[in-house]
Ligand binder design. Structure first.
Ligand code: ADP
Length: 483
């Protein structure tokens, strides 16, 4: 019998109203059930929203410093539990143990960073037309915020949304992905142990579609922050817009690494492979296209294929494994089908594209490199979300930019070059929210804004001071002392 977990509502571990649960499966071994987590319904969502509403005045009424203290305590607890949390993350999500540990420690950093932000100025003084009028602005919370998060960064994304939401005085209903609930449960435990007042953070497990409309339409929810697929993001945004909620969406990417002829090819190849295959390519910022200048195309292709063929797949605790399984059997099938379809359309599979023979119990896909990929083909346009890298040839830097920008997404982009002018030109012209010169497309720093352009985002940014902009609203106050 696997352990049964419960929702975290009003500071208590609460059974779902309808008593339905979902098994959380280890993607490296389908026979390993990690636990059963609530498959919550609208009734549970309403209770969670009511709990968050009841806690709002008390939480918003604390000083920002006092709220920051809870974040600091939760950070210390998470840091003490890093090994346990990372192992759980690896077991339910499939990424390697070092990546899982790195992500958990990033969660600690994020909590401390947003605790620090509670000490920043929260408004400005503006000169008034009246000689005896004091005019100023003050940031105030939005209210109850709903956070819907994906499985691929189950520590980082829930924390980078919840920490600023809480720091700035909002109360939270969080719905983590049903595919990686244990890590969200651990985060809730850390806040609980830190003594967070009841109702300030509520965590609701289960499938999003069962609670999504309640979270987006309930009159006591002020805002929604979502990370996940374009399909779900668009649906949630139309629902939330209809009810006048503030919305932040982070969705897909079709990120490219552009390799120009003057690049340091060793660096370019290593970082392109890293961006494409670490975490089995399951990052919204993963490199899914390598656009290579014609004069070095053959050489770069040879090196990429040689290195990719040497990569080992295996469970997250195998120190030799470069990449683990993908998240689910469904994801595995989707990825394999996308490659087969591309093959039928004339794409050449240089390596991978299949399920490895020796790991049938898990949802593995061999790292895959594709050649003869037409820029307007489906495989070059649509997100695959797996270890698949499409190679494309460009005549020159201009042509590379044209190919790169010719997709609906605009999350991250990188260029490898030693030419300063080409680098700046790329930074100016790349239609992407995150740009790396001589760096891989994946990777974010908590103190800098994160987000995409075009269909990748909703013109809002997360992290850094941008998080404060989303999770607060401003009041303008004038005080007249002439009387
Ligand atoms: P992914 O492909 O990353 O799983 P999804 O968009 O399906 O992307 O999932 C991201 C998050 O959105 C998860 O927490 C999931 O449960 C939630 N979700 C999925 N469908 C809906 C929906 N219809 N309404 C609300 N949330 C949803």
């Amino acid at each position: 019998m696997s352990r049964q977990y419960h929702n975290y509502i009003h500071g208590e571990w609460t059974e779902p109203k309808q008593g339905e649960y979902l098994a959380n499966i280890n993607p490296a071994d389908r026979n390993d059930t990690i636990g059963d987590f609530p498959n919550s319904t609208s009734d549970d969502a309403v209770i969670a929203i009511e709990a968050a509403k009841s806690a709002l005045a008390g939480w918003a009424g604390l000083s920002a410093h006092a709220r920051g203290e809870f974040l600091r305590k939760a950070a210390d607890i998470l840091e003490q539990r890093v090994e346990e949390v990372a192992r759980g993350l690896m077991r339910e999500e499939g990424k390697s143990l070092p990546e899982a540990k790195g992500e958990t420690l990033r969660g600690v950093t994020l909590l401390r960073y947003y605790a620090m932000q509670t000490m920043l100025p929260d408004g400005e003084v503006i000169p008034s037309a009246g000689a005896k009028t004091f005019l100023y602005t003050k940031r105030v919370p939005l209210g109850v915020v709903a956070l819907i998060t994906p499985w691929n960064f189950p520590v980082a994304i829930p924390i980078w949304k919840a920490a600023p939401a809480l720091a700035f005085g909002n109360t939270v209903v969080m719905k983590p992905s049903e595919l990686a609930p244990l890590t969200a449960y651990r985060i809730a435990e850390c806040f609980h142990e830190a003594g967070l007042p009841a109702g300030v953070l509520n965590v609701l497990f289960g499938q999003g579609a069962r609670v999504g409309e309640t979270l987006t339409s309930h009159p006591d929810v002020a805002a929604l922050s979502f990370t996940g697929s374009v399909k779900t993001g668009r649906l949630l945004s139309s629902q939330a817009n209809a009810y006048g909620k503030k919305i932040q969406l982070e969705m897909g990417g079709k990120n490219a690494a552009v390799i120009l002829a003057d690049a340091n090819l060793d660096q370019a190849v290593t970082l392109t492979i890293q961006g494409a295959f670490k975490s089995a390519g399951e990052k919204c910022t993963a490199t899914s296209r390598a656009i290579i200048e014609a004069s070095v195309y053959d050489e770069v292709r040879r090196r990429i294929v040689e290195k990719t063929q040497a990569l080992k797949v295996g469970p997250g605790d195998d120190p030799d494994a470069y990449l683990g399984p993908v998240i689910s059997e469904e994801a595995q099938t989707t990825i394999i089908n996308a490659v087969s379809e591309a093959k039928n359309e004339g794409v050449e599979v240089l390596c991978g594209g299949t399920i490895p023979e020796n790991f049938k119990a898990g949802f593995y896909v061999l790292p895959t490199v594709l050649d003869n990929v037409k820029p307007d083909s489906k495989i070059a346009q649509e997100e695959v979300f797996g270890p698949v890298l499409a190679l494309m040839k460009a005549d020159d830097a201009n042509h590379a930019l044209e190919i790169m920008n010719g997709v609906q997404f605009g999350l991250s982009a990188s260029v490898f070059t030693r030419n300063l002018d080409a680098a700046f030109d790329f930074a100016d012209r790349a239609q992407a929210g995150m740009i790396r010169i001589n760096g891989e497309t994946a990777g974010v720093e908590p103190q800098a804004p994160f987000g995409g352009m075009k269909a990748s985002s909703s013109y809002s940014r997360e992290q850094g001071l941008a998080a404060r902009d989303f999770f607060t609203q401003s009041k303008t106050i004038s005080i007249d002392r002439s009387g």
